[in-house]
Design a protein around this ligand. Structure first.
Ligand code: SF4
Length: 361
């Protein structure tokens, strides 16, 4: 396996594809790296400086922390002030909410907040603290939702009555559709997220080519994966024959992971969801279905999302829609740095602003 992976980093193979890209790219080509992991991989591998300048990289809405809406951040910060234990992935600890307060500040002021590495770890916290209400903050996309669903099934089967999930999970394909409907967004192709695709497969993306004539390639994260995907998108654009291609077959089956989707279907229902910078997207989120409403943090703890103004000056929303580069935000590297982030795109390791800061300074 290691040998196989090394092939995807092979300098000579990469140079060959780069030469083909240089020869075949025709004018400007703007492609969106939907997933933050691709953004980081492109920087880390040095591809950004090797690719021709007329290949423009746009960030996309594929960083879970970044797309978590202001109203969702405000809701869990208010919850942290109550008599509950909040369990969360570490990335959310520093995401600024209203008045730039975050979970880390709340913890310093006495809120009970525990960082966990999985939803199952959060369930263990609930089992160890039966007298407390333990709430897991469920963020992420189709990639993380199945394990949260599996944890909820265990909680229900084992009658663990003090465990709740606030589901902020989001679905990637509806967000791509919204971007394509936006007249101000110029995209020539989508580098589709490898991790999400392991769950959903090819089918949910087919509308990109059939309805929007948009080249799209599911890609892995090694340099050769990414270069091949860019070349495939350029060829589709040049030929006028867009299609959705799975170029990550060593990890992604064309039909995804049906078992994972089945577990999600048993626990979640598709709902409207609020995305930072984009707003409400119909049928783009996952809430707990009525069989799991006792474990639904929104219902059991009577939580509603209220209107919260965007963070003043932060252009995360425009970054996530590919309308500006992070370094075009007036606050980038000035008021906003990883040590003192103004917006979530500077917090998460998958955030575009954090990646630009780390690799462009
Ligand atoms: S640099 Fe900071 S303030 Fe600007 S968009 Fe990124 S996170 Fe927001």
């Amino acid at each position: 396996m290691l040998n196989l992976l090394n092939k995807f980093k092979d300098p000579e193979l990469c140079r060959n594809i780069l030469r083909q890209i240089e020869a075949e790219v025709n004018g400007q080509f703007k492609f969106m790296e939907v997933c933050g992991t691709h953004t980081v991989a492109i920087f880390q591998s040095g591809l950004r400086s090797l690719l021709p300048e007329n290949i423009i990289h746009l960030s996309g809405p594929g960083c879970p922390v970044c797309v978590t809406h202001e109203s969702e951040v405000a809701a869990y910060l208010e919850l942290a002030e109550k008599d509950v234990i909040i369990t969360t992935f570490g990335d959310l600890m520093r995401v600024p909410g209203p008045d730039r307060k975050n979970l880390k500040n709340a913890q310093a002021e006495g809120a009970r907040v525990k960082v966990v590495y999985s939803a199952f770890d959060a369930l263990k916290v609930a089992m160890e603290n039966p007298q407390d209400k333990v709430v897991f903050l469920g963020i992420g996309f189709e990639t993380t939702a199945p394990t949260v669903a599996a944890t909820l099934k265990i909680a229900k089967e084992q009658k663990i009555n003090n465990f709740y999930v606030l589901s902020f999970h989001k679905l990637v394909p509806p967000a791509l559709k919204v971007l394509l409907e936006d007249q101000d967004t110029e995209i020539d192709g989508f580098l589709l997220p490898g991790h999400v695709s392991t769950i959903i497969g090819l089918k949910p993306y087919l509308f990109l080519a059939s309805e929007y004539q948009m080249p799209a390639v599911i890609s892995g994260f090694e340099p050769l994966d990414i270069l091949q995907a860019i070349l495939l998108m350029i060829r589709q654009k040049n030929s006028g024959q867009p299609e959705v291609v799975n170029n990550y077959k060593r990890a992604v089956a064309d039909n995804g992971n049906p078992r994972a989707r089945q577990v999600m279907d048993e626990v979640f229902e598709i709902t409207d969801a609020s995305w930072r910078g984009i707003g409400t997207i119909p049928q783009s989120g996952l809430g707990l279905n009525e069989d799991y409403e006792q474990l639904d943090g929104f219902k059991a703890l009577d939580i509603t999302l209220r209107d919260v103004p965007p963070i003043p000056g932060c252009r995360c929303g425009d970054v996530l829609k590919g309308k500006i580069r992070p370094d075009e935000c007036p606050l980038f590297k000035k008021a906003c740095t990883p040590a003192s982030p103004v917006g979530p795109c500077m917090v998460s390791t998958e955030g575009s602003c954090a990646a630009y800061f780390k690799y462009m300074v």
